[in-house]
Design a protein around this ligand. Structure first.
Ligand code: TA6
Length: 312
């Protein structure tokens, strides 16, 4: 983006000492948000949150050191927006995985300094000749990011066309962890899931989730709050959601990590995805003029180890 455009962004949407726009990695324009509660970085590319660090905590999101930062390529990490389809296109695998909005440049549509000293930024994207070639529907998609000691992400999809459409999608959140052996993911016990590592076999989650090999699971018909308990970082990350009936848990493990150019060979040791989604049998139908909101609320907290801290 040229200097003029960047200065216009800061003039129209910048908030002194709280929100500013600058060129980030690969020359991509990012919004840097910093307030008394914490800080975050949001790329206009893909409408993608790249970082979130509440005051007093370490970075919550994971970003690959090998990520691409260029037009047309997805950024590996943070919170990619997968829309209007999750994973492979339902009928045409020549179309980009996870839809086309994560590789498009979004526009800034609003910014606000809130009364509690948190910061709100809204980015949006709409249909174009390019998107029509991939998906023949008119739409407006907005992502509303509110940064405090909690990260609130709201994805609003509106059908601006004259015909109904079906869509799926996800806030494909990558979380930073100490090590797979040190974490447990709570909240999905008893849920049905499709196991992508075992030919999409339908299974039932037994107890909490441990990550000790490639894990790629689509948990169905669940609105549960998930908690990543990280005993290495003595941190827990709560992931609550609204407008989402699917939760996806993913760690590529060794071989898949090696196979991805934009993913460091050893980086599977420092991340896990817990994704706020609507996918598989949980797709969304939108009538003309109607709107769907998918919201994720990410809440880090110090992990109180009951077995140690209470002298048990
Ligand atoms: O959400 C899990 C998943 O669907 C995995 O199957 C894996 O493909 C991952 O998304 C990453 O997809 P990407 O297209 O970003 O490499």
């Amino acid at each position: 983006m040229d200097h003029m455009a960047l200065s216009a962004l800061n003039r129209n949407y910048g908030i002194p000492n709280q929100l500013g726009f600058k060129e980030g990695p690969g020359g991509l324009v990012v919004a840097e948000i910093k307030n008394p509660h914490g800080e975050a970085t949001v790329a206009l590319h893909g409408g993608q949150i790249l970082a979130f660090r509440p005051r007093g905590h370490e970075e919550v999101l994971w970003l690959s050191r090998a990520s691409d930062f260029e037009t047309g390529h997805p950024i590996r990490g943070g919170i990619p927006v997968c829309w209007p389809w999750f994973a492979d296109h339902p009928t045409d695998n020549t179309k980009p995985a996870h839809g086309f909005v994560r590789t498009a440049v979004w526009s800034v549509s609003a910014s606000e300094a809130l009364a509690d000293q948190s910061t709100r930024l809204e980015l949006s994207i709409a249909d174009s000749a390019q998107t029509m070639k991939l998906w023949p529907h008119s739409f407006r998609l907005a992502i509303d990011v509110t940064v405090s000691d909690v990260l609130r992400v709201k994805l609003t999809a509106t059908n601006t066309g004259a015909a109904a459409f079906e869509c799926s999608g996800a806030l494909h959140s990558y979380f930073s962890i100490s090590s797979p052996s040190q974490i447990t993911i709570k909240g999905l016990a008893g849920c049905d899931y499709l196991d992508k590592v075992d030919r999409f076999r339908r299974k039932v989650q037994q107890g909490d989730i441990a990550i000790a090999s490639e894990t790629d699971r689509i948990y169905l018909d669940t609105t549960a709050v998930c908690i990543i308990e990280d005993h290495g970082l003595r941190r827990q990350i709560g992931i609550a959601k609204n407008g989402s009936h699917t939760t996806v848990v993913w760690n590529p493990w060794i071989d898949k990590a090696r196979a991805m150019k934009d993913f460091g060979d050893d980086e599977y040791m420092r991340m896990v995805c817990v994704e706020t989604a609507n996918a598989a049998t949980d797709t969304i139908s939108l009538a003309p003029g109607s709107t769907h909101i998918l919201e994720g609320v990410i809440r880090p907290a110090t992990l109180v180890r009951r077995d140690v801290d209470q002298g048990a």
